[in-house]
Design a protein around this ligand. Structure first.
Ligand code: GDP
Length: 609
């Protein structure tokens, strides 16, 4: 009960959940409860907290005060209160009025996490390929950011962006899409830093973990050692009397995959996941990009209700009538129920991953909510950018600036292939900030690196960072002439390492990439048992059999690897020069299209001076 020295006034506290921004002052807080700032200050004083009327309060203090009045509150981030108000327009449906047991079961949604190279991608591919519904009419698997498989007659949904960066970025935006985490640990390598991070993130989100000890086919695999490392990190295996399910798998040799899926279903059963397929759909955006032919494309995960073609949908600042729904087999479908991932066409704009979506009561409401959000975002950006562009430094020079004792801003232009990675990157970059060096994101965007990015980098003294995107030859030359540094990465942690190293003045010798040739895909042949062969025309330089290659589609890197075979007229050849045609085979990569560019390159180290 209340403290004897504190007597709240008699005025009634408003009914229902009261929305309060984190860090509110007593002056802002009091009136929310029909109280004065002085009431708040006095109450906190009796609880040993001395605050002024304009001071920002901790979550605990706010909760303490609400508890005292018996009020139910929802704490939201600053600036979110207006968003909560706005959402009232949408009258967001939920299942709260329905008895949980009366709701139908839904498929569990799985995220795969673990250290780099421990086999997350391979495992996701393996699960998918082994469980594609056989004979599905005309279905060819599409990477849309998530997929669903049927195991033991039951559906399981996998999010296709492995790693905890995407997971955390989603959570940071208030989207909890994942029901179970599969933690991949390589049996030969054991628990590594990113494994530990993944465990922490899953625990913080209170998401159950199923461990897959991968690569047990390897000679130096040591699953026992992994078990004890897991136990050291709070995951005590069932076989040791704990409650963590662990399976030994080989994604490469397809061992143990069924057991893993069995375990996932067991955990799902315990979690008792249910949701109503009735009514307007709500859910979360997993991935979004701009497609040259189709306009903005968003992959969403339906969490409740059924999403239908023709529905007026709002996702962040984007809205539109659903023009088409495409499933993970590339098929057009009419509707999608709970736990189904589906691509949505027809939105006005590229939504961001982690944005919640909802089908609005009508088109007018969808439009007005989206447009209001867009205006807010524009205003917020304007405020931020001004501080960023003034007096920043580049990656190369940042250490010098720090050394002079001044606080400095490292200006970056960040471009990535998809929204998910972009948000994850920015999020992770922010964590590197220290008092003496801030990170200023001058521009962030999805898509290839363009001349206008270089121009902006030049005027704002920024370094351009590309994640899974690359500049073409023209842009590269332009950057060189303007003295703008472009750094491209395909692994987030490498990127973060470099930025951190720059802050510490320890940027490692850089590898310069020498592009040795490029070819354009003109035609695709499918050869049974071999896979796809790309009929190509070599545009520049030469294509050499053993060189590294990457595939570029509309400025975005879609695949990295090595050439499997190189042929001219059925003859295996070592190299093919510009102006000639050739056939290039790649065992691992099948998703070729006309017009893709195949670029070959070598790495050469440039020592730092
Ligand atoms: P990720 O970074 O966690 O997504 O790792 P990848 O899926 O890209 O796998 C990294 C490397 O490990 C690749 O060369 C895979 O072929 C290999 N790999 C993955 N799973 C296995 C496995 O079960 N056994 C063996 N021997 N190699 C594997």
């Amino acid at each position: 009960m209340g403290m004897p020295s504190y007597t709240p006034q008699d005025a009634a506290v408003p009914d229902g959940i009261i929305v309060i921004e984190r860090g509110s002052s007593p002056q802002a807080l009091g009136p929310k409860f029909n109280r004065t700032a002085a009431d708040v200050v006095r109450f906190l004083l009796t609880n040993g907290e001395m605050v002024t009327a304009t001071q920002s309060l901790s979550d605990e203090m706010i909760e303490l005060f609400a508890d005292e009045l018996g009020a139910e509150i929802e704490l939201v981030d600053p600036g979110q209160e207006q968003e909560v108000e706005l959402q009232k327009v949408l009258d967001i449906p939920d299942d709260e009025d329905i008895e949980h047991d009366d709701l139908p079961e839904r498929a569990p949604v799985i995220t795969v996490m673990g250290h780099v190279d421990h086999g997350k991608t391979k495992l996701l591919d393996r699960i998918r390929n082994a469980n594609v519904v056989a004979g599905e009419a005309g279905g060819i698997t599409q990477h849309i950011g998530a997929y669903q498989v049927i195991h033991g007659g039951r559906p399981i949904t996998f999010l296709d962006t492995p790693g905890h960066e995407a997971f955390t970025a989603m959570r940071a935006r208030g989207a909890d899409a994942t029901d179970v985490v599969v933690l991949v640990v390589a049996a030969d390598d054991g628990v590594m830093p990113q494994t530990v991070e993944a465990i922490q993130h899953a625990k913080a989100a209170e998401v159950p973990i199923v461990v897959a000890i991968n690569k047990i086919d390897r000679e130096n695999a040591d699953p026992q050692r992994v078990l004890s490392q897991l136990a050291d990190n709070g995951l005590v295996p069932e076989s040791w009397g704990g409650d963590t399910m662990v399976c030994e798998v080989s994604a490469l040799q397809s061992i143990g995959i069924d057991e893993l899926l069995d375990n996932l279903l067991v955990v799902a059963e315990v979690e008792d996941l249910r949701s109503s397929p009735k009514g307007r759909a709500t859910g979360v955006v997993l991935e979004a990009h701009l497609d040259v032919g189709r306009g903005p494309v968003a992959t969403v995960l339906v969490q409740r209700g059924t999403l239908k073609v023709g529905d007026p949908l709002v996702a962040g600042p984007a809205w539109g009538r659903v023009r088409a729904l495409i499933n993970d087999l590339g098929q057009q479908i009419r509707e999608a129920g709970p736990s189904t991932p589906v691509q949505v066409l027809g939105l006005s704009d590229v939504a961001a991953s982690g944005d919640n979506f909802v089908v609005a009561p009508d088109e007018r409401k969808a439009k007005s909510v989206a447009e209001t959000r867009e205006r807010w975002q524009r205003d917020a950006r304007r405020g931020r950018d001004a501080s960023v562009i003034a007096g920043g430094a580049r990656l190369e020079d940042i250490f010098e600036q720090i050394q002079t004792g001044e606080s400095s801003t490292l200006n970056l232009i960040v471009k990535a292939d998809v929204h998910g990675s972009l948000e994850a990157l920015i999020e992770s970059l922010r964590k590197l900030e220290r008092p003496e060096v801030k990170i200023g994101v001058v521009l962030r965007g999805v898509g290839g690196i363009t001349e206008s990015d270089i121009q902006l980098a030049e005027t704002s003294n920024a370094t351009v960072i590309g994640f899974n995107v690359r500049p073409d030859r023209r842009v590269r030359d332009f950057a060189a002439s303007e003295g703008v540094e472009i750094r491209t990465y395909e692994v987030i942690y490498k990127l973060l390492e470099d930025v951190e190293a720059a802050m510490l003045g320890m940027l490692a010798p850089e590898y310069e990439e020498i592009v040795t040739g490029d070819a354009e895909v003109r035609e695709i042949f499918r050869v049974p048992r071999v896979g796809a062969i790309a009929g190509c025309y070599v545009l520049n330089g030469k294509i050499t059999r053993n060189s590294k290659v990457r595939f570029i589609r509309e400025g975005t890197v879609i695949w990295n690897g090595e050439i499997d075979s190189l042929r001219r007229f059925k003859e295996d050849v070592r190299e093919v020069a510009a102006g000639y045609e050739c056939g290039i085979g790649l065992s691992d990569f099948q998703d070729l299209r006309d017009g893709d560019i195949i670029e070959t390159f070598e790495l050469r180290e440039i020592p730092r001076v």
